[in-house]
Write a protein that binds this ligand. Sequence first.
Ligand code: TRP
Length: 469
Amino acid sequence: MSESNAPIAGAMEGSNANRGLWSSRFAFILAATGSAVGLGNIWKFPYVTGENGGGAFVLVYLLCIAAIGLPIMMAEVLIGRRGGRSPVNSLRQITKQQNLNPSWRLVGAIGVIAGFLILSFYSVIGGWAVSYVGTAATGQFTGQSADAIGAIFSDLLADPTTLLMWHTLFMALVMLVVAKGVRAGLERAVSILMPALFLLLLAVVGYAMTTGEFGRAVSFLFQPDFSKLTTAGVLVALGHAFFTLSLGMAVMMAYGSYLPKNISIAKTSIAVCVIDTGVALLAGLAIFPIVFANGLEPGAGPGLIFQTLPLAFGQMPMGSLFGTLFFILLIFAAWTSGISLLEPIVEWLEEQKGMTRITSTLGAGFVCWALGIASILSLNLWSGFAPLGWIGMLEGKTIFDLLDFFTANIMLPLGGLLVAVFAGWIMSRKAMEEELALSKPMFNLWFVTVRFITPVAVGTVFVYNLVGA
Ligand code: TRP
C-alpha cells in the first residue's frame, strides 16, 4: 500500500489520512478474491448444488451472481470508496454530506453480527480441512474404498474433542493475522497459493475425466432440470451468491475504501466475480465425476468434498502428496476468508468502543470460538436437536444448519438489499456516476439493476419462501 497517497477522506472531518490506499488494482483484486474464494467455493458450492438437484440450481446461482451479486459488489465498493473509511463511518459520512437519515449505518452493524455468526461455523469447517492435512499426509486415503473414506469422515464428526482442537487452531490462525494487522504478507503468499490451488483443482478435474463419469457430471451441473428446483432451492442459490462473493456484510465496502480513484470499479468487480465463479465450477467438475463413479449420493450434504476428493487422492499417483497439498491450500483460502470475516468486527470495536486491536481481536475471536462449540456439538451430541424444528422450513435443522441458513440465506441478502436500496434510491446519482465512471448506457444498466431488479428479485424470493413456510 502506498502511504504517500492520502485518500480524499483525509481532508474530511475526523481525519483518516493514514489509512493509505491499495498500491494497485492488482492488490485490491488479490484481497477481494482472497476474501471471496474460500470454503464457499470448494466446500459449500458442490454440496448445495448436490442437495438441490444440479443444473437448474447452478443456472439460478449463475444468474444471481451476474444480475445481483456483481451490481451489489460494485455498489459496496463505490460506497466504500466514496466514504473513504470503515463501513459504518463511510455510511455515516455519506449520509451526513447528503443530509440523509443516519440509520443507514445499521447496514454496517448487520455486517458485524453476520460476521460473528458466519465465522463461528466457518472456523469449524476450516478445522475439518486442517484435520485432513494430517490424514492425507499419513497416507490414510491410499487405495481406500468409498466406505472406508466415509468412515474416516464420520469418525471425525463423532469426536467433539478433535473437532474442537482443529477449530481452535483455525480460529487462532485467523486471530493472529487480524491482531497483528499483517495481512500484506499473507496476501502476497496467497497470490502464489491461489493459482496453485487452481492448478491442483485442474489436476483433480483431469483425474476425474479418466473415471468415465465426467460426462454425467457435466450434464448434472449444466443441464437444467427445473422439476428438481424448489422455492427453497432458489433462496439457497441467492444466499450462496452473496456468501461466495463476500457480499451483504460490507466487507467489499471496507476494501473499496482503499481503492485508488483512478481504478475502474466495474472491471475489478467483474474480475473478482469471474475468478470466484471459476473456482466454484471447477470444484464441481472435480467432485461430481467422483460422486457418480463411486455410486455416492450427490445430496450427501456438508461432508461431500471430504468424502469424494480423498477417494481421488487415494487412487491417483502421488495422491498423498497432492492430497496434503490440496488441503493445505484449502486452509489458506479459508484463512484469508476468515480474516475478512473477523476484520470488520475488530475495526468496529476499535472505532466504536475505543478498544485496542489486540483486545478487540481477543474478545471478538473468543466469542466466535465459543459460539463455534455449538456448531461442533450439533455434529454429534446434539445432532438430533433442531431448536426451531416446529417451523416448517426449518424442520430438522441443527444449530449448525440454522446458523448457515440465517446468515447466508437471510442476513446477507437483507444486507445486500439495503445496499441496493441505498445506492438505487438514496445516494446522490452524481456521486455514483463519478465513482463508477461508466458510459451512459452502462451506468443506466447498473442503476436500473440496483434500483429495481435487485430489490424486486430479493423481495420476491423472500416472500415466496415465507408463504411456502
Ligand atoms: N466468501 C467466503 C467464501 O466463499 C466467505 C466469506 C468471507 C464471507 N467473508 C465474507 C461471506 C463476508 C459473507 C460475507 O468462503
